[in-house]
Design a protein around this ligand. Structure first.
Ligand code: AMP
Length: 113
């Protein structure tokens, strides 16, 4: 847990969130500012500032997160969806705790802005 990290506070329950999934590794909850009819954030319980900051010991966790994303998308009945993680301010990262956006429920343009 990292002090002053909003997603650590969501993981610990200090800050309320609309959770759709929780397991030993991660929590998934609705984004406060949704960009699509379904917009979830999948967040590891471990504080990792971004994918770029993950270390080799995190590889198994990263793999399990991908599995959780797949299961969550299925439970949300998404067949087409996008999984995004922003790394760094220029890419739009605003919260320095690794998170995967799961977006679906509308046609998604490409390339992203
Ligand atoms: P990013 O800009 O890629 O770092 O994504 C951060 C996301 O977290 C944004 O889409 C925000 O809307 C979302 N967000 C920030 N605070 C909260 C919160 N307390 N509950 C739910 N979503 C949040």
């Amino acid at each position: 847990m990292s002090e002053n990290c909003i997603f650590c506070k969501i993981v610990s329950g200090q800050v309320k969130s609309q959770n759709v999934h929780e397991d030993d590794d991660c929590v998934a909850f609705k984004d406060l500012n949704p960009q699509a009819p379904t917009h979830l954030l999948v967040v590891p319980k471990k504080h990792i500032p971004s994918l770029a900051a993950a270390v080799s010991g995190d590889e198994a966790l990263l793999g399990r997160l991908q599995g959780a994303i797949r299961a969550i998308a299925k439970s949300q009945k998404l067949d087409s969806y996008r999984v995004v993680t922003n790394i760094g301010r220029m890419a739009g990262q605003s919260v320095d705790h690794l998170h995967y956006h799961v977006l679906g429920g509308r046609r998604l343009g490409w390339p992203p802005g």
